[in-house]
Design a binder for this molecule. Structure first.
Ligand code: ARG
Ligand code: ZN
Length: 472
């Protein structure tokens, strides 16, 4: 050892090294984000969740949610610590049975330090006991928990989970779910998937929901309120469960006239996208004035506002199209949002054609022509819109124009083969815009880099000549 070349303190550090077991040296804290450039703090590094078991009680009168989340996970590297994303108040955390230390940091991080460092490949059972008033919690100044007169709803994109369960909050880490929620008798708890059972005692009713196919965290939903529930079966045999707030006022008729067509619409979509990917289906309409709908898995969330002008089957088509494009095949990163929204919008255009309200090609031509070149709409790049424009109208409309251009370039046979083949190839997984381009090139046998660049990645209106070539 060449002591005289060592910096002050190095000797102390060197001797300390000798007393640390060799295996612990590589155990570092897991990253506080999964590595999404749009949202660096979303999700976490170092582990993968396979199942969420949520056993909760909710009190509508006071908006108090409490209970236990049990996460089954596995480490993907040596860890001294790991993070979850969460906002409610944590009382206790256990990792594989042993109490773990925990602390909060950042906007929504829960840092968990297990008693002993965890080796890569370790199976974890993480139990988090918690409570809180979701509507009182804000991150980055907003809340995704929408209070209603008779309860509340968790629905937003990309962030919804933080207000009701601790998670690895990114679509890259999908898992199955059991969501069991106890609410006062006379109130319902609605979630994803299949209602396994209900039970009542002591003035409380417990609803046990199961979502048995991989599901991204933002697609998990909980709504508590007074609902009318309808059940049925689609022609293709999928059980349908819909729920309507008892308090939809003048929107009640239009909401039901739209959402009750869920089975018919899902079956129609399967002609384009292939078999419906899940074993449950439905929709729910809580009494909220939220501006958007959301493709919560198997059971989309609709705001009554969608039905303010009468029936709106188009929004049902949009959210159900996402069950294939978004829910079964999810983004790899949030910059890939076109993989979701471009296709859900295009499905609406196909539905318009089906309903005799204008063909997809006509709507594309109209959309192209009605926006002058200096419309800021054309500065948004659907293929990489930036987090601030993730849900800009251009991601939807220009995104669907890109699909019409693709269809016109490669022909209907290749186009519709791709729509089906893609959902089969990436079912229950994740994919990117670049993956889609490569797949479209492979199936069509044509180079498509220029087409994708023009329609998805240029901050300007594609020229009339380019549009004519694509006949939009
Ligand atoms: N994926 C949803 C839809 O297209 C959009 C949700 C928009 N979210 C938001 N916070 N604006 O139906
Ligand atoms: Zn959408």
């Amino acid at each position: 050892m060449h002591r005289r070349f060592m910096a002050p303190g190095a000797l102390a550090a060197a001797s300390l090294m000798l007393v640390i077991p060799a295996s612990a040296a590589s155990h570092a804290p897991g990253a506080p984000g999964i590595g999404d450039p749009y949202y660096p703090a979303y999700g976490n590094g170092g582990y993968d969740v396979s199942h969420y078991d949520l056993r909760l009680t909710y009190r509508p009168a006071t908006d108090e949610l409490e209970g236990t989340a049990t996460l089954l996970a596995r480490t993907t590297r040596d860890l001294s610590r790991l993070n979850l994303d969460f906002l409610l108040d944590v009382g206790e955390v256990r990792v594989n049975g042993a109490k773990a230390a925990f602390a909060t940091s950042g906007e929504h991080e829960l840092e968990i330090t297990p008693k002993k460092p965890l080796d890569k490949g370790t199976d974890l059972t993480i139990v988090v006991r918690y409570k809180g008033v979701p509507s009182s919690k804000k991150a980055y100044g907003f809340t995704s928990w929408h209070r209603t007169p008779d309860g509340g709803v968790a629905a937003n994109e990309p962030e919804a989970a933080w207000w009701w369960f601790p998670s690895n909050d990114h679509p890259l880490d999908k898992a199955t779910y059991d969501v069991s929620v106890q609410v006062p008798d006379g109130t319902q708890a609605i979630s994803n998937g299949t209602l396994q059972s209900t039970s009542s005692r002591l003035g409380w009713t417990r609803y046990n929901w199961r979502s048995g196919k991989p599901q991204a965290t933002y697609l998990a939903t909980l709504a508590v309120g007074r609902f009318d529930v309808t059940t049925g079966t689609s022609d293709s045999g999928i059980p349908v469960v819909n729920a309507y707030s008892k308090d939809l006022g003048p929107h009640n008729g239009a909401a039901r006239a739209s959402v009750e067509r869920t089975g018919e619409i899902a079956d129609w979509l399967s002609e384009f996208f292939g078999p419906y990917p899940f074993d449950a289906l439905g929709g729910y309409v809580p009494n909220t004035d939220t501006g958007y709908a959301l493709e919560t898995q198997t059971r989309p969330f609709y705001s009554p506002r969608q039905f303010a002008n009468g029936s709106n089957t188009s929004v049902v088509v949009h959210e159900l199209a996402h069950q294939w494009y978004g829910d079964s095949v999810s983004v790899k990163g949030w910059k890939d949002i076109w993989i979701n929204e471009g296709f859900a919008r295009y499905a609406q255009w196909l539905w318009s054609e089906h309903e005799g309200e204008g063909t997809a090609s006509e709507i594309a031509a109209y959309t192209y022509a009605s926006r002058p070149a200096d419309d800021p709409f054309w500065t948004v790049k659907p293929g990489d819109p930036g987090p601030e424009n993730q849900f800009h109208g251009a991601v939807y409309d220009r995104g669907a124009l890109a699909l019409q251009a693709l269809r016109d370039t490669i022909g209907d046979d290749a186009f519709f083969t791709i729509l089906k083949g893609w959902t089969a190839k990436h079912a229950y997984g994740n994919a990117s815009v670049a993956d889609f381009r490569r797949y479209a090139e492979e199936v069509s046998g044509q180079p498509l880099a220029a087409l994708f660049d023009t329609w998805l990645f240029q901050p300007s209106k594609p020229s009339a000549a380019v549009a004519r070539a694509a006949s939009v």
